[in-house]
Design a binder for this molecule. Structure first.
Ligand code: NAD
Length: 294
């Protein structure tokens, strides 16, 4: 069966390539034709619109930047719904507002098909390795039908619950990562201000309770002043904006997310939006009038 793949950016391109490597036939589309050509060179078939992908494939994966892009690709002009065959499954792997997943799911179900929200964690290196963590929301039968396909792109594929719950899991992930980075930045800046070597503090705490995957990934970069992305501050702002929107809908308190998004927006306004999110420490450095290095 042909698999449709829409959105061939930083993440979508390697994910689609892994499906081709696993032996699937892909029909691909992106508004950037150069990206489509690259996948065609790897053996995919090009489509000229999202509607055409849907008219040729009953499983359609989307990997797009944010909610408006997914709304447009699914329900906009020449969108998936215009070509959708009955009993199709759309797997939206973008990180978006969960309430948008729920609203789109109603439209897709009205057309006799199913939508899964299946955002990922892991970034470009894990997209290339096929070792993403994939968190899925939606109907069990639809999940069962695409589980093996998703396993070609990730080392962990887990159904979290009903539609929208994949993105709730992803937003939870993004809150914890942001808070972890902010905590690390605050701590290392305090050490530097106190005249204690920040690198030695990192080495002293990393095996204790404060040790974490985030600390291991980000502290060595930050201590070198290396903010090459990785995951860009502007993408984390997008995710935290979706956290604030979801928190409003579900009446959940998110004071940490509110503070951290403001710090990130300050850095973005200064031209640091494309820095790695570990670059959040620059906010603290500015406030403290110091530079945190080895
Ligand atoms: P990207 O901007 O590199 O790629 C998105 C692609 O979608 C682009 O090629 C763009 O041309 C295409 N596109 C936009 N609108 C379209 C439309 N209407 N129809 C068809 N194609 C369209 O983004 P990315 O970094 O690949 O991220 C995709 C998603 O994955 C985002 O939601 C992001 O938050 C999430 N994510 C990214 C990372 C990361 O490290 N980059 C990690 C985990 C999750």
């Amino acid at each position: 069966m042909d698999i449709g793949f829409i959105g061939l950016g930083i993440m979508g391109k390697p994910m689609a390539k892994n499906l081709i490597k696993a032996g699937y036939s892909l029909v691909v589309y992106d508004i950037v034709s150069k990206s489509v050509e690259e996948l065609v060179a790897d053996g995919a078939v090009a489509a000229t619109s999202n509607a055409e992908v849907a008219s040729r494939c009953k499983i359609i994966i989307t990997m797009l930047p944010n909610s408006p892009h997914v709304e447009s690709a699914v329900a906009g002009p020449k969108g998936i719904l215009e070509g959708l065959q009955k009993d199709s499954i759309i797997v939206d792997m973008s990180s978006i507002d969960p309430t948008v997943s729920i609203a789109l799911s109603k439209k897709v179900e009205a057309a006799g098909s199913a939508l899964l929200d299946a955002p990922v964690s892991g970034g470009e290196p894990k997209a290339i390795d096929g070792t993403l963590a994939i968190m899925v929301g939606g109907r069990q039968e639809a999940f069962d039908a695409v589980k093996d396909l998703l396993a070609k792109m990730g080392s962990s594929v887990m159904r979290v619950g009903d539609i929208g719950s994949g993105n709730i899991a992803k937003l939870s992930n993004q809150i914890m990562v942001a808070a972890n980075i902010a905590g690390m930045s605050e701590a290392l800046t305090l050490a530097a201000k106190a005249g204690v070597n920040a690198e030695v503090v990192f080495q002293a705490v990393r095996k204790g309770l404060a040790g974490s995957t985030v600390l291991e990934a980000k502290a060595p970069m930050v201590l070198e002043g290396d903010y090459k992305p990785g995951f860009r501050i502007e993408l984390h702002i997008k995710d935290l904006a979706n956290v604030l929107a979801a928190a409003k809908t579900y009446e959940a308190p998110v004071p940490l997310s509110e503070i951290i998004i403001e710090m990130m927006k300050t850095l973005q306004a200064q031209g640091h939006g494309a820095d790695d999110h570990g670059g959040l420490i620059q906010y603290y450095e500015q406030q403290a009038g110091t530079v945190v290095r080895k």
